[in-house]
Design a protein around this ligand. Structure first.
Ligand code: PEP
Ligand code: MG
Length: 894
């Protein structure tokens, strides 16, 4: 790939790139170019493309031959615009070198600031700025960062040297150090590097630059970036770009500052500028959360009760400029923006803008508001909310009636509430999670190394850091509750304790955090399901207008059915009748039925089950008020129902009037090596048709009763599970039809019903044409179809599937997201073949994939009629179905 264009410049009201070039320039680079084109104040610089990253990894970490020449030209252009020269001893240009991938990966990769400083240029900077303290402070920051990022010298060494120096001199804060102090420390820092590497700290700016560029490209493959990509489905092949930009300084005294701002509140979505800034600081001070930042607006300062002045008050001119710019940016991008800025001696510079990460609540409100403000259309608003993010809105909050024993408060960094045992490090969090324990990760501050621990924890609590600190940003993205900056807490990692005043808690003690209010509570506090806001209803209404797929729920209990309706389900797609028998008072007759050694025993047990079943169905039909309800005949994996303990054996034996020994023998006969491939599904009805008959009777009688009571006709859909061909289906269907006839004649009522089947076995998919001659509907049971197509046990996959996704053999867990190439092919084929013999056959999916947004996209593409999923995923499915329909419309238009 020699002879390519590797470098794109920006600055001074123009740029070679633009916002649409994210794949090539990364998000940061593309938006810096766009802001330059908009005439906004952006320090001049250039972007080295993501293609160079790919080239770098494909060629043994070597750059393209013509890159150096292009960088030289770009540096000269930066020099022309700034009036400085890179590497010049008298008038040096200093630069920042930052990563910037296509998708935002906050804090995952490396950054170097103040590059170009050395023993000579530091003096020139001191002279030009008239501030020797600033110059030497900048130099020591550069040595620390560069050594850490490029030379791999642990920054702990520098911190130790600094603390040691301060202690000896009796100084407390970094701001107490003078130019001479920093000068001495720079000498010590250089000694540290020399000792660690056996070489001097590089003085040559060109060498510094190429070292930093290489380090940023290398950081694409560091462990935390890899982990982040894995969690966020970002392919390694994308690569990162590198942005080299002339430095502006937020640490040149009281008229300088640096900050982060959002054009709307990223937690609530409120339409008001929101953010934090620090006077006399560099960017990393805000992000790292080392000092607690100040509010930007006066309203926010008052709300927080802070005594530190807001930016609005302290720097009114720069504040006005920021307001002007954010208005322009939001209108231009037509979305909430997350901006980084620096004020150097009163002048505001924009360092970044991007679509801001937000909570689901904020995403909803912003999408609805933007549409109502006329900036975007309703359909675009529907596309703006990630369906999976709605999960956040369905998280528990603390029960308002519960007693709150508030230990301390911090910042409400990410909404929702969570309770768990305290752990003090990420490895412990991950280990606890593996054993099924719930934990709250408590840290002084988090760093990108904590990503796995944050993922494993229910919630995150930090003692330092603001609303834009690492913990806050990452937790919000993950949808986990987070309280940050709880400054009264003293954490002692070595002892494994956290102390607030007289209270000391240890690892393993329970706490609850409320990320919406910023509270830390003692003990495990009771939770409550949240109410959904008006915005939710509005957006769902827009989604319902555009979606084609119907959304049903998998539900069998009245509680689930009601929840399903509340969430907008348009019917029940799967009622797993075997789940109706796990209750204490029902498991016994169920076990009697399974373990009966003859017809009579079985019929006696079934007679006990019939009234219970009928009552269940009456309730379901009544709740669903005439909406379709698909009831599946028993599909009990036997091992789930057999008695296990001696007590259970004795209880069933008593009920069946046999000895425990007889019962044990019968249970042993029924023992299976592969229960998932055993005596389940329609096989039960084939061997013992009276079971299907009892269920059919219960269904039809309930339909008659419910229709009479509610005045709404019930059209039950009776579903036969796990068929492999039409013969089984016909056999069972004949029994169902006969029972329908009997009930119709007994009740002297008309009854409409349908009989259909699940497609859960590859053979059923292959024989779909024949099956559809008899079956009035198909429901794809993709849980079993995945199990049987991939030959991977649903119950045992956990032990090895992780290696498959980690090694990229499978892109996703196929039990979560449908394996389109295999299982999906079979589904497609069954759809085609089924329609051949019954063109209007009703088609749905009721495996777990029915609630997975990516799989719903697939269901839309093959023209299923509905998806069915667990009640809490119904809103997610409605939104995903709408987005899938919009995607299909777009694809057709293109
Ligand atoms: C399926 O197999 O996809 C299905 C919905 O049935 P179950 O999960 O009950 O086996
Ligand atoms: Mg199944």
């Amino acid at each position: 790939m020699a002879g390519g264009k590797w470098v794109y410049t920006f600055g001074d009201g123009k740029a070679e790139g633009e916002a649409g070039m994210k794949n090539l320039l990364g998000g940061k680079g593309a938006n810096l170019a766009e802001m330059s084109n908009l005439g906004l104040p952006v320090p001049p610089g250039f972007t080295i493309t993501t293609e160079v990253c790919t080239h770098y990894y494909d060629n043994g970490k070597n750059f393209p031959a013509d890159l150096a020449g292009q960088v030289k030209v770009a540096l000269a252009e930066m020099g022309r615009l700034t009036g400085k020269i890179f590497g010049d001893p008298a008038n040096p240009l200093l630069v920042s070198v930052r990563s910037g991938a296509r998708a935002s990966m906050p804090g995952m990769m490396d950054t170097v600031l103040n590059l170009g400083l050395n023993d000579v240029t530091v003096e020139a900077v001191a002279k030009a700025s008239g501030d020797a303290r600033f110059a030497w402070d900048s130099y020591r920051r550069f040595i620390t960062m560069y050594s850490n990022v490029v030379l791999d010298v642990d920054h702990g060494h520098f911190e130790e040297a600094l603390e040691d120096y301060k202690e000896r001199k009796g100084l407390h804060l970094d701001t107490d150090l003078s130019a001479d102090d920093w000068k001495v420390l720079v000498g010590r820092y250089k000694d540290i590097v020399k000792k660690a590497l056996g070489a001097e700290f590089p003085q040559e700016p060109q060498e510094q630059l190429w070292g930093a560029v290489g380090a940023v490209f290398s950081s694409w493959m560091n462990a935390r970036a890899i982990k982040y990509r894995e969690l966020n489905n970002i392919p390694a092949s994308w690569g990162t770009a590198v942005n080299v930009q002339s430095m502006v300084f937020g640490n040149m005294g009281e008229t300088s500052a640096t900050g982060v701002a959002f054009t709307r509140n990223p937690s609530t979505g409120e339409n008001a500028l929101y953010g934090e800034f620090l006077i006399n600081a560099q960017g990393e001070d805000v992000v790292a959360g080392i000092r607690t930042p100040q509010d930007i607006t006066e309203v926010a300062r008052q709300a927080a009760g802070s005594d530190k002045p807001s930016m609005e008050k302290a720097m009114p001119a720069a504040y006005a400029e920021l307001c002007r710019i954010y208005g322009i940016l939001e209108k231009h991008y037509r979305d909430m923006q997350d901006m980084e800025f620096t004020i150097q001696e009163g002048k505001l510079w924009m360092l970044q803008t991007r679509s801001g990460k937000r909570t689901a609540k904020a995403a909803l409100r912003i999408a609805v508001d933007l549409a109502q403000e006329g900036l975007i259309g309703e359909e675009e608003a529907v596309g703006r909310v990630e369906p999976g993010a709605l999960e956040q809105l369905l998280h528990p909050a603390i029960d308002p009636k519960a007693e709150r024993r508030v230990l301390t408060t911090g910042l409400p960094a990410s909404p929702g509430a969570a309770a768990g045992e305290i752990v003090f490090n990420s490895d412990d969090a991950e280990a606890a999670r593996k054993t099924g324990r719930k934990v709250i990760l408590v840290r002084v501050e988090t760093s990108p190394e904590d990503i796995h621990g944050m993922h494993a924890a229910e919630g995150i609590l930090t003692t330092r850091g603001g609303m834009t600190s690492h913990a806050a940003v990452v937790a919000r993205g993950m949808g986990k509750p987070c309280v940050s900056g709880a400054g009264q807490i003293r954490v002692d990692y070595a002892k494994g304790t956290m102390t607030v005043g007289p209270t000391t808690l240890r690892a393993g003690d329970f706490i609850t955090i409320d990320g919406t209010l910023g509270q830390v509570l003692l003990g495990e506090v009771k939770m409550q399901q949240p109410e959904l806001s008006g915005d939710f209803g509005i957006l769902m209404g827009w989604a319902d207008k555009v979606r084609r797929l119907k959304v049903r729920a998998n539900a069998e209990t009245p509680r689930d059915a009601r929840a399903a309706r509340d969430f907008g389900a348009e019917g029940i797609g799967l009622c797993r009748t075997e789940h109706m028998f796990f209750d204490e008072d029902r498991i016994l007759p169920m076990r009697e039925m399974i373990l009966a050694s003859d017809d009579k025993g079985r019929r006696d047990a079934l007679a006990k089950l019939l009234p219970m079943q009928r009552q269940d169905f009456v309730e379901l039909f009544t709740i669903m008020q005439g909406l379709p309800v698909t009831i599946r005949l028993l599909d009990p994996p036997l091992h789930e129902f057999l008695p296990h303990t001696e007590e259970e054996v004795a209880e069933v034996a008593r009920a069946m009037a046999v000895t425990p020994d007889v019962l044990r023998r019968r249970a042993a006969e029924l023992h299976e090596f592969n229960p998932m491939l055993g005596f389940r599904g329609c096989r039960l009805a084939v061997a013992y048709p009276e079971i299907a008959e009892m269920q059919a009777r219960a269904i039809f009688e309930a339909a008659v009763i419910s229709a009479r009571e509610t005045g709404k006709p019930v059209i039950p859909e009776v579903m036969v599970p796990l068929v492999m061909g039409v013969a089984e289906f016909d056999l069972v269907k004949a029994r169902i039809d006969a029972m329908a006839k009997a009930v119709i004649s007994e009740s002297k009522t008309e009854l409409t019903y349908q009989v259909g089947t699940m497609i859960e076995l590859p053979r059923a998919a292959l024989r779909a044409e024949e099956i559809a001659r008899s079956a009035e509907f198909f429901s794809f049971g993709t849980n079993d179809l995945t199990q049987t197509t991939l030959g991977i046990s649903r119950d045992d996959a956990g032990s090895f599937l992780g290696s498959y996704t980690a090694k990229g053999i499978l892109e996703f867990d196929p039990f979560v997201t449908i394996d389109q190439e295999g299982v999906g092919e079979l589904v497609k084929l069954a759809v085609e073949r089924g329609r051949r013999s019954r063109p209007r056959i009703k088609l749905g999916i009721c495996g777990e994939h029915g609630g997975d947004p990516a799989s719903i996209g697939f269901c839309e593409s093959i023209g299923l009629d509905y998806v069915s999923c667990s009640p809490f995923r119904v809103p997610i499915a409605r939104l995903a179905a709408a987005q899938a329909a919009l995607g299909a419309i777009k694809a057709k238009d293109a």
